[in-house]
Ligand binder design. Structure first.
Ligand SMILES: Cc1cc2nc3c(=O)[nH]c(=O)nc-3n(C[C@H](O)[C@H](O)[C@H](O)COP(=O)(O)OP(=O)(O)OC[C@H]3O[C@@H](n4cnc5c(N)ncnc54)[C@H](O)[C@@H]3O)c2cc1C
Length: 346
């Protein structure tokens, strides 16, 4: 029997580590190069919802999630500067887990299965030859239609939430408050800055909300874990197609779904799962690299294109300041609007 060909993955985030774990379970030699180190905080709402939960179960990772302290979110509430909704039941529960724990747990599982994980190793662009997968996350985009998008996140305690997930919209962007285990709450926001406008001197103040807002009130007595603060800039919210990529990509390296949907992590798990069979076939010499690339890209595009389109429009609507109050007013009165938005974006 011929030896399986080795696979190298660039990027040890959710998509890269999940793919690495699944390939190691098939005894394929896998190396992951990760520019950073574990554990580390990441800008993320830490709210996993949608079909990625089924991928997690099929890939045998449920138990690892439970052991790492995952909790389930059952309700969500929405706030604009003038209106709020009562807590609404989520159409299906979401998983909430800090990235600080999740990425490190996946890295541990990959190593336990015999994978080689090189921390602190950054790959170069020319490294994407046959046998190398791009799982290096979003491609930085400095501005989109004159707007720079950036994300901030901080963990806090002593925050009395009305729902497991609270979404607070303001003219600057939005902040999501997500309940985590042991009394912790993730405070994560996406904000805009126009070209030429400077970042506020203390940008993390944006996470506390405008004076007089429900968010400011909610966080009035919060104790922040300053070590958890992180920021990310250069976010692109425009959907991209996998077939247009020259390399085999998984996760945000294909495209980034607008964060307001809380579906990016799900797409990372789903795309990793979709890539396993074609990559295993390439590793065993049954198909060419080009055929594996085409299969993976086509399946990802089929699976994600509809939700990406809906997410693009939803994000535009909820981040248009003039629409935030009417939309929250509508969501407070009609369950249908918010259920439809939830279901179409995952
Ligand atoms: C503000 C905000 C809020 C969000 N909220 C949510 C949410 O609530 N729910 C949700 O599901 N999703 C959310 N997301 C999206 C989610 O964080 C991403 O979709 C997810 O992290 C994608 O996983 P990934 O593995 O593709 O990329 P990443 O997790 O970004 O991992 C990529 C890895 O590649 C490494 N890397 C990059 N370049 C190189 C290189 N050249 N060599 C080696 N390593 C490299 C990086 O260090 C990183 O570890 C949010 C995103 C933002 C910005």
């Amino acid at each position: 029997m011929t030896m399986p060909k080795p696979i190298r993955i660039v990027g040890g985030g959710l998509a890269g580590l999940t793919l690495g774990i699944a390939l190691r379970r098939l005894e394929i030699p896998v190396t992951i190069d990760e520019a950073g180190n574990y554990p580390r905080h990441r800008v993320c709402g830490e709210f996993i919802s949608g079909r990625g939960q089924e991928s997690i179960a099929r890939l045998g990772l449920r138990e690892m999630f439970d052991e790492t302290g995952v909790i389930r979110a059952h309700t969500a509430a929405f706030f604009s500067t003038a209106h709020s909704t009562p807590p609404r039941p989520l159409p299906s529960p979401a998983l909430c887990l800090p990235r600080f724990k999740l990425d490190a747990a996946l890295a541990g599982k990959f190593r336990e299965l015999g994978g080689e994980l090189n921390e602190g190793r950054r790959a170069a662009v020319e490294d994407f030859t046959e046998g190398v997968i791009r799982a290096s996350g979003r491609r930085a985009q400095t501005k989109e239609h004159g707007t720079h998008w950036f994300g901030l996140k901080l963990h806090a305690r002593k925050v009395a939430l009305t729902a497991d997930l609270e979404m607070h919209f303001s003219p600057q962007g939005y902040v999501g408050l997500c309940r985590l285990a042991d009394g912790e709450v993730n405070v994560c926001g996406l904000f805009r800055r126009q070209a030429g406008e400077n970042l506020p001197a203390n940008s993390r103040e944006l996470l506390r909300g405008l004076p007089g807002s429900p968010l400011r009130e909610r966080l009035a007595s919060a104790e922040f874990d300053e070590t958890s603060f992180c920021a990310v800039a250069g976010l692109s919210l425009r959907p991209q197609r996998a077939v247009e990529r020259p390399e085999i990509c998984v996760g945000d390296a294909i495209t980034m779904i607008p964060p307001v949907t809380g579906n990016g992590m799900s797409m990372a798990f789903e795309s990793a799962e979709l890539a396993v069979a074609p990559l295993a076939a390439w590793s065993r010499g049954e198909i060419s690299w080009a055929a594996a690339r085409q299969q993976i890209a086509q399946t990802c595009d089929e699976q994600f294109s509809r939700r990406l389109r809906w997410a693009h429009w939803l994000q535009r609507l909820v981040l248009t300041p003039a629409l935030q109050n009417p939309l929250t007013f509508l969501a407070a009165r009609s369950d249908g609007f918010w259920r439809m938005a939830f279901e179409r974006t995952r």
